[in-house]
Design a protein around this ligand. Structure first.
Ligand code: URA
Length: 238
């Protein structure tokens, strides 16, 4: 997807990890042993920058980078959007694939939030989803403690001031489903943003579920995942 305009530039040890089953320490060892060449020269420094147009050989065999991975997952509650387990297990435990630790989440959800999470190892792509400058929409289904007040849609449209933030929130869209259930569409992802927005208007989120990111809607069961289609992947390239 990014072939026309960018080269994947990275350290030599990382290149080895992304093109073989080697761990980082195994890759470094092979480089130090003189088993790796870059453009016909044996290289002993694992930190040099290489890219996929270089000819990189391990014991004479050409190495090709694995393609980037793009995954949609339905996050259950009591899991975390982190690469390591903490109080709750990492979402990556649900992926039965190679080297899950190379992946990251394109926008995190709180431990108690459920719903759509996109996971990848392509940092440029996830920037298109997470950066507020890209205005990628995220749709949340929110269950509230108190009935929604009539002025909230307008206040969210204008932007509300969250505690500790310099700028108000960007314009957000509120659709009322019932007095205590709404759909909220936002285009940024400040820390605990949805919960803080409702706190700013005197309400409280009791349940939060992300249904949509960009044009991608959740279509797998809790704890399940699938790879994105080519069309879904490119839908975030603007
Ligand atoms: N906003 C929140 O408050 N929590 C989330 O998990 C996502 C958005």
């Amino acid at each position: 997807m990014c072939k026309m305009w960018c080269r994947r530039l990275m350290r030599l040890d990382k290149y080895l990890c992304k093109s073989t089953d080697l761990t980082k320490s195994e890759a470094v060892e092979k480089i130090h042993r003189g088993e790796v060449s870059v453009n016909s020269e044996t290289v002993f420094d694992e930190s040099i920058q290489v890219h996929e147009n270089n000819t990189i050989l391990l014991k004479g065999n050409a190495l090709t980078l694995r393609a980037f991975r793009y995954i949609l997952m339905h996050k259950p509650a009591a899991t975390i959007c982190s690469n390591i387990d903490e109080v709750y297990p990492s979402l990556l435990n649900y992926l039965e694939i190679d080297k899950p630790s190379e992946l990251h989440m394109a926008g995190r959800l709180d431990a108690d939030t459920t719903g759509l999470v996109l996971i990848t190892d392509d940092g440029r792509w996830s920037f298109n989803i997470t950066s507020p400058t890209k205005s990628c929409k995220k749709v949340y289904r929110v269950t509230l403690l108190r009935d929604i007040k009539d002025d909230v849609a307008e206040r969210f449209k204008v932007g509300v001031q969250l505690q500790g933030e310099v700028n108000p929130t960007r314009p957000a869209e509120l659709e009322v489903i019932s007095p205590k259930e709404v759909l909220l569409t936002i285009t940024e992802g400040k820390f605990h943003q949805v919960k803080r927005m409702f706190a700013a208007v005197g309400n409280r989120v009791v349940k939060l579920h992300r249904e949509q990111i960009g044009e991608i809607r959740l279509d797998v069961q809790q704890g399940e995942w699938r790879y994105l289609t080519e069309d879904e992947i490119v839908s975030f390239n603007q």
